[in-house]
Design a protein around this ligand. Structure first.
Ligand SMILES: Cc1ncc(COP(=O)(O)O)c(C=O)c1O
Length: 371
């Protein structure tokens, strides 16, 4: 039989999300924007203490976690809903708000899950290109908003995969242009804790003025909890109530809740995570400048760059000969571009830089330079 004939037709248009490789010995894994410090020790201890409780279902409403986050952010628990990773909320907002044919707009390249979640709902997609140097184009976004009148706008700041970001002034321009009665602005801030740009938006402040602004946060990155899957969505209580109706019960597992409660108390780990990423991304950008490698200045824990050579061959050699994985950007139509995590370790930065230089030089000598 042919299951494709039975499936909803829009599902056939989805290209499955491609995850990075799983961890293997000796591999420097720079493909998935993970925290390469390892999890906080305080979290590992808390997990061991609670391991004997996994025969019980978790708190479906994540009450303790939501209270801790509410205190942390200076808001109320009714303004927070927890998810099995931040991505769950991207699907849930589409399920709750988007019917077939309704319009969803987002800049592109951006987070692949925006595209997948909106397509599952058979939404009408408007993908607004970034500028040729991969910056946000708010003139174009506002123009397309006016022409297209979307019900939902996804924004990712700073942006995966490019690392570029937009300022508070730019965001306010869009928020002021948008009709809050008809359009929801979903701001994914998965990498916000790594930002040191002074003009970056204070979204928690802006949401008080713009109730159609909802904010996504993950604990996978700076808190080092990617493998446990926990993320938060922040919005007005009525919005949160609607998302609550479509989520899975018990969506956030018991150990993820325990881990987050421990991680939120571990200020030392948080600061170390942040400082090492900022130090290492500045180091990598400086070295790329010295070597003339084109990249996009980043505010995240990853760097988006043009290898200037045949990407497929570079990817293969980095993997097989150097034991380093990076994320190819072929899916975005950028075959010589890659995204690589910032290692949080200068020796690993050098390992990456030396391997990249060795393989690029060889490929250029073999006539495989592009662009
Ligand atoms: C922009 C963006 N949003 C959300 C996520 C997902 O976070 P989580 O691992 O909590 O689902 C990621 C992870 O890579 C991301 O890059």
């Amino acid at each position: 039989m042919d299951f494709a004939k039975l499936a909803n037709p829009q599902i056939l248009r989805i290209k499955p999300y491609v995850p990075g490789r799983l961890i293997e010995e000796d591999i420097l894994k720079l493909a998935s924007n993970e925290n390469l410090l390892g999890p906080p020790e305080s979290v590992v201890r808390a997990l061991c203490e609670h391991a004997t409780m996994v025969n019980y279902y978790p708190d479906s409403d994540c009450q303790e976690v939501r209270q801790a986050l509410a205190d942390h952010w200076g808001i109320t628990p009714e303004e927070i809903i927890m998810g099995n990773g931040a991505v769950e909320h991207i699907y849930n907002v589409c399920t709750a708000f988007i019917s077939p044919g309704e319009k969803v707009m987002f800049p592109w390249p951006s987070f692949a899950i925006f595209h997948i979640a909106a397509t599952i709902q058979d939404a009408h997609l408007e993908m607004v290109p970034l500028t040729p140097d991969f910056q946000f184009d708010f003139d174009l976004l506002i123009q397309r908003y006016r022409e297209f009148s979307p019900k939902l706008i996804f924004l990712n700041n700073p942006n995966n995969p490019t690392g570029s970001w937009f300022s508070e002034q730019e965001l306010v321009r869009l928020l002021e242009a948008v009709d809050p009665e008809h359009t929801l602005i979903f701001l994914d801030e998965a990498y916000v804790q790594f930002v040191d740009a002074a003009d970056f938006p204070d979204s928690l402040k802006l949401r008080r003025e713009f109730p159609n602004l909802v904010i996504l946060r993950t604990f996978a990155k700076i808190y080092g909890l990617a493998g446990l899957r926990i993320g938060a969505l922040i919005g007005p209580p009525q919005f949160i109530d609607l998302i609550n109706r479509v989520r899975d019960p018990f969506n956030v597992n018991r150990l993820a809740q325990v881990a987050l409660l421990a991680a939120l108390k571990d200020e030392a780990y948080y600061q170390k995570s942040r400082e090492l990423v900022i130090r290492d991304r500045n180091y990598l950008m400086q070295k790329f400048d010295e070597r003339g490698i084109r990249y996009v200045p980043t505010q995240t824990n990853f760097l988006f760059f043009d290898s200037g050579v045949d990407g497929e061959e570079l990817f293969r050699r980095m993997m097989e000969e150097e034991k380093i994985t990076m994320r190819p950007m072929t899916g975005y139509g950028l075959p010589s571009w890659f995204r690589a995590s910032v290692p949080s370790d200068l020796a690993q930065c050098d390992r990456f830089l030396e391997a990249l230089e060795r393989q690029r030089t060889r490929l250029i000598e073999e006539g495989l330079a592009v662009g």
